[in-house]
Write a protein that binds this ligand. Structure first.
Ligand code: ATP
Ligand code: MG
Length: 300
């Protein structure tokens, strides 16, 4: 067996909206990398893992062609490539391992503000500028609308003003870019977040072992992000009420406090955000010293 084939290769976006969080996630899972700006490939110093840093558009194809083992990519790009390959008879097999909690955005249709847009039917026979022709056509087809594409790889938002299209279909997060270009969001056609995908076919045992270790770690990192460790002093008489107020807290740890019989310390891991309102309610029923701490890692 070729030694290099034992190293698990993971494709991530080199520089862009997914890069920082992709690397942060892998590091939180225990992989160490030294990243040199210019390098395409980064070796992990503590695991047989290599990072391949490429444009996000290339990631689904690299995974589907089995060139890399895993990829972290936005679902929008993944689905666009999948539809494109399906339409052009290129294999589009892959396994979705995890939805990752970053890279959230939506793909939307926007029209010039001054248009009196009433609904999708208004787009019949129109031209829509987009970077996502397959996702767009897939959606329009489902809605029974036929419109043509103006395929652009960038600056989609200026297309209507430039007379290239009647509407656009582009990624939106805040809507500020649309606003600045006199456009208004009308239809959300796709909601996206980053995904972890694996190439088709089975992996060699050594690589599979790394993936088997990675997935629970990803779950642990994602769970920890939302969870909090809560500590407080509570009146013994109010213990039931206190537990009911704490979100996602089933079995709190209750500890005695020195020099008092009326108060106990309550420690609990909460799987949800603890809001100020809840803390105020806790205080109102006699709790004190309420601490909410972030959790770095979790394992069930
Ligand atoms: P590349 O050079 O790698 O091709 P890009 O310009 O195509 O980069 P980015 O703008 O960095 O891509 O976005 C990468 C991905 O991040 C998007 O495909 C999408 O999944 C996700 N994303 C998250 N938030 C946003 C947003 N506000 N706008 C655009 N994309 C977003
Ligand atoms: Mg791209």
């Amino acid at each position: 067996v070729d030694k290099s084939s034992q190293r698990l290769t993971i494709a991530i976006q080199k520089s862009g909206r997914l890069s920082t969080e992709s690397i942060a996630l892998l590091q939180a899972c225990g992989f160490r990398f030294s990243l040199h700006e210019a390098r395409l490939l980064a070796h992990s110093s503590n695991q047989p893992v290599d990072l391949l840093r490429v444009r996000d558009d290339d990631i689904p194809g690299l995974v589907m062609d089995g060139v890399v083992d895993l990829g972290l990519v936005g679902e929008n790009v993944l689905d666009e490539v999948r539809l494109e390959r399906k339409a052009t008879n290129i294999s589009y097999d892959f396994t979705r391992l995890r939805a990752l909690e970053f890279g959230q955005c939506r793909l939307s249709i926007a029209v010039p503000k001054e248009d009196n847009y009433q609904g999708l039917a208004d787009l019949q026979g129109k031209r829509i500028a987009t970077t996502y022709p397959y996702l767009l056509q897939n959606y329009l087809q489902q809605q029974g609308i036929s419109a043509s594409n103006a395929i652009l790889t960038g600056s989609v938002e200026v297309a209507p003003r430039a007379g290239l299209a009647d509407a656009i279909c582009d990624l939106v997060s805040t809507g500020a870019t649309l606003e600045a270009n006199g456009l208004i969001e009308k239809e959300v056609i796709f909601r996206s977040q980053a995904q972890l995908i694996q190439r088709p076919g089975s992996l060699p045992a050594a690589k599979q072992a790394i993936v088997d270790q990675l997935l629970p770690r990803i779950d642990g990192v994602q769970m920890a992000k939302e969870s909090k460790y809560i500590m407080l002093h509570a009146p013994v008489a109010q213990l039931e009420q206190v537990v009911q107020l704490l979100p996602g807290a089933e079995r709190p740890t209750v500890l005695p406090l020195s020099h008092t019989e009326e108060l106990v310390a309550v420690h609990v891991v909460s799987t949800e955000t603890l809001f100020w309102e809840t803390m105020e309610q806790l205080k109102a029923i006699g709790c004190s010293s309420i601490l909410v701490l972030p959790i770095e890692k979790m394992m069930g």
